[in-house]
Design a binder for this molecule. Structure first.
Ligand SMILES: Nc1ncnc2c1ncn2[C@@H]1O[C@H](COP(=O)(O)OP(=O)(O)OP(=O)(O)O)[C@@H](O)[C@H]1O
Length: 660
């Protein structure tokens, strides 16, 4: 886990909320140097692979000339001027009740439905503002203070970021209001600062109320003020720049175009590009096919695009016919039989149709946690092929108080957590060959002793690629183990047991490749690291074994030829006696025969496996024809007789393996 300490000056400057993001708002960081990371599967996917820390939020100096960030909550006990404007919509009794609430500064919404008790929504839960039900008068009082409701039934309060949404009856009369508190939280986009600075087009996805608009507002401010880009916000419901014709200070020097009617959003998008020469376009809520098409047109013109869309995950987008275009579009493809079996998939598969409109996808999990998909295309491809996509988790420590250290962690980069080591099981699922991983032995091994010379390609299935890559980095195996998407070129296969069990096709594909299959019970970084150790160690042993065999083979060959040389030069030629050499493997016997042939001597193979060996005859090949049928060859005769090889009179002399 990576921890960064908040400097005391900034700690002191932290907002009364004590929220980490508010702490971050105290600084307006500007980064001059950046880490660049490399990904095996995609050139841009990657900070998590680096093993390098994310930058702390305050690591750069605030820009001197940038306007100070506007926080909603003011000095009067956290009740800022803007919040006052929202509370003014309420009848006095309710206003006092909510004003006295200890979490006022975190108020999210006020709900007023005709004939029901009014509610204030806080992150901790709902709070009843009055036992008296809301009347039409209460609603009229509120409506009279807000601007006009547009076609999307939304209105705002001039010079604020609040959003008032109406519920109407069938005759069009307003019978309910949802009054959302809007805040400019400078620093809420700091977790995305590196991507923004890189010029990446970002698609932020998240459920309603998770904080997308707040983040995108800060992105616009950051791009305009910190990175001095020409930013145009296409503000469909005036939520980013606030209600009224003068935009809210929360967007900094970004410009804003209002949209007369939500159906016109796509037209205003194109107009923004054609008339105002923006470098960046910011849009809240892309929701229709027309809007998605307009966004894709803009991206093709090389403009940095930052947008939000509703949805829990990127997978939701791939299943949304209106929005799938944002991720490149999805199509059905029918594969040939060979290709289908090579990939281990069915014949009809889903594939991405074209390039994605956005470079990166960011799933907003909560106000303090995001999942960054550095390559949206790689994520979509992974999802469509049934693999788990690689993403990076970026978090602000939600437990940090303003007096504590602020923790910025990326799970993708954090150290291996301590876990119950007994749980670690790595099995080789090839039949009858189950290996239970012995953790104690692993503890004895030095992480850096796993270096291998030969590189190895590994196919991971059902396991986050990012975790595998991290484990590879942790073991220092970057140069050794590479991930591959193609099972047919893999040397090893690592899978999550539960997932592999359910996919006989992929099992069959791996088996047909004849590669070792390893499984882990869970996909925790710890288990993957340990699995990798086993895989690499086994591979290392194998490599050493082959190497040893090779080495031995060449040493034995030298010995065998030397043995033949001594036999020829010391016995066969001077004493004209035959000599039996030592039994050897066949490829070495062949080498010996060639060697003997150079002396123009005859030899023959004698004995049975495993004792087959050569007998060198004191007969020259030139004389073979004339001596053919010479049954009286003394050497041959003598050598057939069982005799003591050590005897000076013996016809069979066994030479020492190595000459002295
Ligand atoms: N970092 C933050 N700190 C404090 N409050 C926040 C933060 N981010 C958002 N909020 C508050 O949470 C509420 C919802 O935020 P926001 O409107 O940005 O969400 P959203 O995801 O855009 O919602 P929707 O999809 O419904 O438009 C607002 O009241 C906002 O002020």
């Amino acid at each position: 886990m990576l921890r960064f300490s908040l400097p005391p000056t900034l700690t002191a400057a932290a907002s009364p909320q004590g929220l980490p993001l508010h702490l971050a708002a105290a600084a307006s960081p500007r980064h001059s140097s950046r880490h660049r990371y490399r990904c095996p599967s995609s050139p841009c996917a990657l900070s998590a692979l680096s093993g390098l820390p994310l930058r702390p939020l305050w690591c750069a100096q605030p820009k001197q000339d940038s306007a100070p960030a506007v926080a909603d909550d003011g000095e009067d006990g956290g009740l800022g001027e803007e919040l006052h404007k929202l509370l003014a919509l309420l009848p006095e009794g309710m206003r006092e009740r909510v004003g006295a609430h200890p979490e006022l500064h975190q108020l999210v919404e006020i709900v007023m439905d005709l004939g029901r008790r009014p509610l204030a929504r806080f992150p901790s839960g709902d709070f009843v503002l009055s036992d008296n039900p809301i009347t039409l008068n209460d609603l009229h009082h509120a409506i009279s203070q807000v601007g006009d409701f547009t076609a999307d039934n939304r209105a705002g309060i001039s010079r604020t970021l609040h959003r008032i949404s109406a519920i109407r009856n069938r005759k069009g009369v307003i019978v309910g209001l949802t009054c959302r508190v809007g805040r400019a939280v400078a620093g809420s986009a700091n977790l995305l600062r590196d991507l923004i600075e890189d010029g990446a087009s970002l698609l932020l996805i998240g459920p309603p109320g998770v904080g997308k608009t707040t983040i995108i507002r800060d992105v616009a401010r950051m791009l305009a003020d910190d990175f001095e880009k020409r930013v145009m916000i296409v503000d469909t419901s005036n939520e980013i720049g606030g209600d009224g014709d003068v935009p809210h200070a929360g967007i900094g020097s970004a410009r804003r175009m209002q949209v007369p009617n939500p159906d016109m959003q796509h037209k205003v998008l194109i107009e923004a590009v054609e008339n105002h020469m923006p470098q960046v376009i910011v849009i809240d809520e892309i929701g229709t096919r027309l809007e998605a098409t307009a966004a894709s047109t803009i991206a093709q013109r090389g403009i940095q695009l930052v947008a939000t869309a509703h949805g829990g995950t990127i997978e939701n987008l791939t299943m949304n016919p209106s929005l799938e275009m944002l991720v490149g579009g999805i199509q059905n493809v029918t594969l040939g039989d060979d290709e289908a079996s090579r990939r281990g998939v069915q014949k009809t598969v889903l594939e991405r149709k074209g390039p994605s409109t956005f470079t990166c996808g960011v799933e907003i999990v909560s106000k303090t946690e995001m999942r960054v998909h550095h390559s949206l295309e790689a994520t979509v491809d992974a999802l469509l092929s049934g693999r788990t996509p690689m993403f990076e988790i970026r978090k602000l420590n939600s437990h940090a108080s303003k007096d504590e250290n602020l923790t910025l962690e990326s799970e993708g980069l954090s150290d291996v957590p301590s876990q119950n080591l007994a749980e670690i099981i790595v099995e080789d699922v090839m039949e009858n060959d189950k290996v239970i991983y012995d953790d104690s032995s692993c503890g004895m091994m030095d992480e850096h002793s796993f270096k291998m010379e030969a590189s190895m390609r590994m196919f991971a299935y059902g396991i986050l690629e990012i975790s595998v890559v991290q484990a590879i980095k942790k073991l220092g195996l970057d140069e050794v183990v590479q991930l591959t998407d193609n099972i047919s070129e893999a040397d090893a296969f690592l899978a999550l047991h539960s997932k592999l069990k359910k996919n006989p096709r992929i099992q069959a594909a791996a088996r047909s490749q004849g590669i070792p299959i390893y499984v882990t019970k869970t996909s925790s970084l710890l288990q993957i690291t340990k699995a990798l150790r086993v895989i690499v160690a086994e591979r290392d042993n194998e490599a050493q074994h082959f190497q040893a065999e090779d080495d031995m083979s060449s040493v034995e060959k030298v010995d065998a030829l030397e043995e033949a040389r001594l036999a020829i030069e010391q016995v066969v030629i001077p004493k004209r006696r035959s000599v039996d050499l030592l039994p050897r493997p066949s490829h070495i016997i062949v080498a010996q025969m060639g060697f003997i042939g150079e002396y123009k001597l005859l030899c023959e193979k004698v004995g049975q496996e495993p004792n087959i060996h050569l007998r060198i005859l004191p007969t020259h090949t030139e004389t073979t024809s004339s001596s053919d049928g010479d049954a009286t060859d003394p050497g041959l005769e003598e050598s057939d007789s069982p005799s003591d090889p050590g005897s000076p009179h013996s016809s069979v002399v066994r030479l020492p393996l190595l000459p002295e």
